[in-house]
Structure formats: C-alpha cells, structure tokens
Design a protein around this ligand. Structure first.
Ligand SMILES: Cc1cn([C@H]2C[C@H](O)[C@@H](COP(=O)(O)OP(=O)(O)OP(=O)(O)O)O2)c(=O)[nH]c1=O
Length: 186
C-alpha cells in the first residue's frame, strides 16, 4: 500500500520519520476547522481528522493518514491562535493549570476507514509576566494549537505530562503505528 500523508504539518512528517515511516506523498486537505456549537473537544478532533481524510481523493492501493490536534481546557477548545493577543490569552488560561491535548487520527483507503482520539494531560507551571513576554517574542506560538510547542521553549514551562509525548506534538506514534499496520503499512 502507498501511504499518503494528508497533512501540511512538517512535524507530522518528522514524527513518522522517527518511526521509519516515509509517506510516498504529502497531500494536505484544506477543510473548515470551525468547531460546531457546544462540540466536545474529543468529538471535534475526531470529526476533523475524518473530514480531512475524506477530502482527499484516493486511488486504489493508497492509504491516507490525517490528524488534528487541539488543546482543551475543560470543554473549551483552543485551536491555533489567530494572533499574538490570542496566544497570550490562551497561555494565560493554561498558566498554573493542567489541560488536555487531544489528537484525532484517521486512516482511510477506498475500502475502509478507522479513526480514534488520543489524549495527553499537560501541566503548565505558573507563567510569570517576563516568561510570557519572552515566549510570545519567540514566535514559537504560531501555527500551534493552544499557542505553544512542547518540543521547543515551552518545555521550560511544562513540569509534567501524563500520556503520549508525540501526541502533544501532533501524532500519537504508538497508536498511529498500530492503525497503519492494520492497513499493511509498517
Ligand atoms: C500543543 C502542541 C501543538 N503543536 C502543533 C501540532 C499541529 O501541527 C498543530 C495543530 O494544528 P492541526 O490543525 O492539528 O494541524 P496543522 O494545521 O499543523 O496541519 P494539517 O491540518 O495540515 O494536518 O499544533 C505542536 O507542534 N506542539 C505542541 O506542543
């Protein structure tokens, strides 16, 4: 089977490379990522991963992998911040608290489709004003759910996680490997 990565995220490609999986092609899907009214975070990421996978036209013999990662504080969904002010708002809400990072993963061929959602708990220390300014100045918040990247400077703000690390970066590798292996991709 030929693996198509349905994602524009360079991080997902890197994560797959970490477990020696090289997609034959990258074919990102562009879909509307607006949450539905009162949509729960888990349902939201699952719906988006499936919608991304269904938006990609496949030939027989092709398998597509799509994912969506979001940060959830209770029922509140934090997607990628629109600007610095929104990143600051998100990080202020996350400061000194524990939240969830949930990734929806969908794998589809023309014959069948599977999907799941994986959750990791992430604890933030209390972020001081100077830490906040330095972090926002770094621009690392851009293009990342919740306005931070655990793989970069934000690691200094995160004393503990519970669950999959790769899930926080954008793709839970143990679960993804198991799902792909069901489609003959190893
Ligand atoms: C919380 C967190 C998120 N992220 C990233 C992972 C995802 O790329 C991004 C969330 O956006 P997504 O919408 O999941 O993905 P994307 O827009 O980057 O790519 P595509 O839709 O084409 O697949 O946030 C980190 O890199 N580190 C982190 O610590």
């Amino acid at each position: 089977m030929r693996l198509i990565l349905g994602s524009a995220s360079p991080r997902r490609l890197d994560l797959l490379a970490q477990i020696s999986i090289a997609p034959a092609e990258v074919r990102p899907a562009d879909i509307d990522e607006t949450p539905l009214k009162d949509e729960a975070p888990r349902a939201y990421v699952r719906r988006l991963a499936v919608a991304k996978a269904e938006a990609i036209t496949l030939q027989d013999g092709e398998v597509v992998l799509c994912a969506d990662t979001t940060v959830a504080l209770g029922r509140r969904i934090m997607e990628k911040p629109r600007d610095r002010a929104e990143a600051e708002k998100f990080l202020s809400l996350l400061s000194g608290r524990r939240h969830q990072v949930i990734t929806g993963v969908a794998v589809r061929s023309n014959d069948r489709q599977i999907h799941r959602a994986v959750m990791t708990r992430v604890s933030f220390k209390r972020i001081s004003e100077s830490e906040m300014t330095a972090y926002l100045d770094s621009d690392e918040w851009q293009g990342k759910a919740g306005g931070y990247g655990i793989q970069g400077r934000a690691a200094a703000l995160i004393p503990a996680i519970n669950g999959s690390y790769s899930n926080v970066v954008g793709l839970p590798l143990a679960e993804t490997a198991a799902m792909l292996s069901g489609f003959g991709i190893r």
